[in-house]
Ligand binder design. Sequence first.
Ligand code: C5P
Length: 314
Amino acid sequence: MLTAVPPPVTVRVPGKINLHLAVGALRSDGFHELVTVFHAVSLFDEVTVATSDAPGVEVHGEGIVEVPEDETNLAWRAVAMLAAHVGRPAEVRVTLRKGIPVAGGMAGGSADAAGALLGLSTLWKLDLTRDELSRMAAQLGSDVTFALHGGTALGTGRGERVVPVLSRHSQHWVIALHRQGLSTPAVYRELDRLRLAAAGPDGPSPPERPVEPVLEALAGGDPRQLALSLGNDLQAAAVSLAPDLRRTLRAGVSAGALAGIVSGSGPSCAFLCANADAAVEVAAELAGAGVCRTVRVARGPVPGARVIDAPDPP
Ligand code: C5P
């Protein structure tokens, strides 16, 4: 008897910026203890999972030369983990359509892993709870859990423990994409190096970056107040490795943004704008300033990984 092949499942999943990123001590497992505020923005990847006798990953979109199409791809590792969890062979093909900048500090790889987890569990009708998915997500990477949940959330641990944060009103952003990507581990290493150079091995621990002001600003919803409370401990390290980011950050503020910040480990920069019209104006001026590869307008928060009816054409 022939069994019907289920139709492919497509999941849309957002990129993120960190409105607040306080990096604590380096742990014995090689990760840093974090307190962060994740904010999902409207740059999306689409992840399609289909039954296939040619299993594997294919990638479409901008910047894809840097994305592996083998078993090291985080989306494939998500598929392999879920297949092993339920004891089924991973006879599926994963197609990634990239709208999130690659190696940009916006967790695009983590988004793909979250999309693959949700896509495969839907294709196979696994009926997993969000908690079960979150547990697998946390094993795959520090940002994968947030990509499942989306919205605005407080992240602790190495970033994998997330709780939603009250966030009134949409915020409007311009994202400036850099010419070259930065490696996340390299940026964390550079931060450790800078801290050691500043304080010495027995020197004082890094200054605390309190999270309360950003939480209060989000609850109030005023972008001007939020602009004053954005902060990222990784920014100095990203700028140290890619010094021209300084010029990009200055240009966004000169173009009328309320504030600019390196997104996560960079090198994408996120500029907070007063409203949607201001974001379009800032994007146009920044695009003409020659300080970045390209710009995108985005809003946040947006929901996390969601199954959609049909993908956009590639
Ligand atoms: O978890 P993920 O694979 O995204 O992390 C990539 C790298 O970033 C880690 O291998 C580690 O070098 C660095 N990292 C860290 N502390 C964190 C998260 C990431 O040092 N909390």
